[in-house]
Design a protein around this ligand. Structure first.
Ligand SMILES: Cc1cc2nc3c(=O)[nH]c(=O)nc-3n(C[C@H](O)[C@H](O)[C@H](O)COP(=O)(O)OP(=O)(O)OC[C@H]3O[C@@H](n4cnc5c(N)ncnc54)[C@H](O)[C@@H]3O)c2cc1C
Length: 392
């Protein structure tokens, strides 16, 4: 049996649902085809179950993309204030946690419930448990699932990236883009813990659970947030943020630089002629800025070769630029996002429609636009979803 609509949206996650709401509100007959047995599974697990649904300081600089200008138009036309207005219309209590990050007071279920209610209001059809087997373009797009066929002149791909395969992430969106001749920027795991070499791990990984505020930098980017030592390497917001900029297979594996004492001069004390130049003094100075176990361990492997002014200056430099080369990442199983994706140059920045294939749209994480940690990925999902929905 064939079901006809004005638009078919593949994927009922954040971007797909926002697109459906906007399209439905315009009187379009919209269907969301979702592979899973429920909508928005990622919304439910996001932000530790409280969904960091946007960031009030959202700017284009908070996103990585092969085309840094691409996201600007959609982000400007659907802003955090637009999403906050929707949240407030539904009476959902929320709070700012830190750095402009807005979270639900109660649960991420509030956000999913809001989107489901908006879809219902806009007359959107939701079809769950739909395993898509084939997509074809005749005069319309024809989507074949196990037991049904769907047709529409517009097809919106909102199937997300590769992160968290255990809740159903697949390469479907990239495969479909390739099928229609669109270029893909190679995907890689972003916002992901980094692993260390066996040697580095032997020095630091038994400190798992220890954290410190640092500045992590790589590839011209830097983030001042917490770093956490894990059983296999490094994590915490500063590391997750910088991981999106670190790629294993660059010509040479690139180190990340960690400033262990941002804004502090740990060797200043040695400028006093009366200060004894020895490891006890140094140890107690570093303990003032780092957890004791981390400062002691770090000094075990970075003891100055002498107590000359030069040796102390070199040590100060190392404290602010500890170069450590990750062995790899924890991969898509642990990555909050997939960076890379459908090449933005294939799409209209205003509508997300393919330049080559009219009627075919890509929105959300499947596109090569990746946000920093802190609510930016949802803001991209809302903004790109709204851009496509308004063009239906
Ligand atoms: C643990 C975790 C926590 C996160 N927390 C936050 C946060 O607090 N704030 C934030 O901004 N971002 C967060 N993110 C990132 C954010 O969840 C994603 O960027 C966002 O969900 C992307 O939206 P999307 O609609 O593009 O894709 P998704 O939300 O992944 O939705 C894609 C949908 O498509 C469906 N699908 C896949 N293949 C098919 C197919 N073949 N046919 C039909 N349907 C299909 C999937 O089942 C899914 O429902 C988090 C991510 C993770 C993994």
């Amino acid at each position: 049996m064939t079901h006809s609509f004005d638009a078919l949206i593949l994927g009922g996650g954040a971007a797909g649902l926002m697109c459906a709401v906007e399209g439905g509100r315009r009187g379009r007959r919209v269907a969301v085809l979702e592979r899973a047995d429920r909508l928005g599974k990622k919304i439910l697990i996001s932000g530790g179950g409280r969904c960091n649904f946007t960031n009030i300081h959202c700017r284009p600089e908070n996103f990585l993309s092969s085309n840094p200008h691409f996201a600007k138009s959609a982000l400007a036309r659907y802003t955090p204030a637009d999403f906050i207005a929707l949240v407030e219309k539904h009476g959902i209590p929320y709070h700012e946690k830190t750095l402009g990050q807005l979270f639900c007071d109660r649960s991420a279920r509030d956000i999913l419930g809001m989107l489901e209610a908006e879809c219902q209001d806009a007359g959107v059809s939701i079809v769950l448990n739909t395993k898509i087997q084939q997509v074809e373009r005749t005069t319309d797009f024809v989507v074949r699932a196990e037991n049904a066929e769907f047709r529409a002149p517009a097809l919106i791909v909102a199937t997300g990236g590769l992160s968290i395969p255990k809740i159903g992430a697949t390469s479907f969106g990239y495969d479909l883009a390739r099928q229609f001749g669109l270029a893909i920027r190679d995907p890689w795991p972003g916002l992901v813990p980094l692993t260390l070499s066996a040697e580095d791990c032997s020095h630091y990984c038994d400190l798992a659970g220890v954290s410190a505020e640092v500045i992590a930098s790589c590839d011209g980017q830097q983030f001042r947030e917490k770093m956490l030592i894990t059983h296999r390497g490094l994590s915490g917001p500063a590391i997750l943020q910088i991981s999106s900029y670190w790629k294993k297979y660059w010509k040479e594996p690139l180190p990340i630089l960690i400033d262990l004492a941002p804004g502090r001069d740990v060797t200043a004390v040695f400028r006093h002629p009366s200060t004894p130049r020895n490891s006890n003094t140094l140890r107690s100075e570093l303990r003032n800025v780092l957890p004791h176990r981390l400062s002691d361990r770090w000094l075990d492997t970075h003891a100055p070769p002498s107590w000359t002014n030069q040796a102390l200056a070199d040590l100060e430099k190392q404290v602010h630029g500890w170069a450590i080369t990750p062995a790899g990442t924890e991969g898509y199983e642990k990555a909050e996002v997939t960076a890379g994706g459908v090449d933005p140059d294939e799409l209209s920045a205003k509508t997300m429609e393919s330049r080559k294939v009219p009627g075919l749209f890509f929105i959300g994480e499947v596109v090569d636009v990746t946000g920093h940690l802190g609510g930016f990925n949802f803001q991209w999902a809302w903004a790109s979803g709204a851009a496509a929905g308004r063009a239906l």
